[in-house]
Design a protein around this ligand. Structure first.
Ligand SMILES: [Zn+2]
Ligand SMILES: [Zn+2]
Length: 145
């Protein structure tokens, strides 16, 4: 499978359907940020655990939480439904060395983000490129005979 990493202008994309690896939706329509449902995660740091809401606009780093947040601190992000860790195996932030966490998108896409507060490293990974391109550009992917 080909992997392609694209760069997109900040906030031009919006995450509409993020999931944990077990398939639970991470979207929080009951907690909109901007005009969109936010992404709800469970964040763990030291001995504090709490819900964190992320702005679903890609490139917007707004966060709402009752946890005390300190810039530079590293959080362990989990699914609020099944508590599975969203940490990416063996992947480290190229800027600060902290673990990365992953949101799964439909069609095999992923958003990878640095788990360190105020480190704004993230990338969008589109794995199923043909399905994604079909959606983006309305390509005609019907087989030709
Ligand atoms: Zn889950
Ligand atoms: Zn980082």
């Amino acid at each position: 499978m080909e992997k392609l990493t694209v760069e997109v202008p900040s906030e031009s994309l919006c995450i509409r359907n993020a999931q944990c690896p077990a398939g639970h939706s991470l979207m929080a329509p009951e907690h909109p940020m901007g005009d969109m449902p936010s992404v709800k995660l469970l964040a763990e740091t030291g001995d504090a655990v709490g819900e964190v809401y992320l702005n679903a606009r890609y490139g917007n780093f707004e966060v709402e939480t009752v946890l005390p947040v300190h810039d530079g601190e590293v959080y362990d992000m989990r699914c609020p439904t099944c508590n599975i860790s969203l940490r990416a195996e063996e992947e480290r932030c190229i800027f600060c060395g902290a673990p990365m966490f992953v949101l799964n998108l439909p069609n095999g896409g992923q958003v990878h983000s640095c788990a360190r507060r105020a480190c704004h490293n993230h990338k969008l990974q589109i794995v199923d490129i043909s399905a994604q391109l079909a959606e983006l550009f309305e390509l005609d992917l019907r087989p030709r005979f």
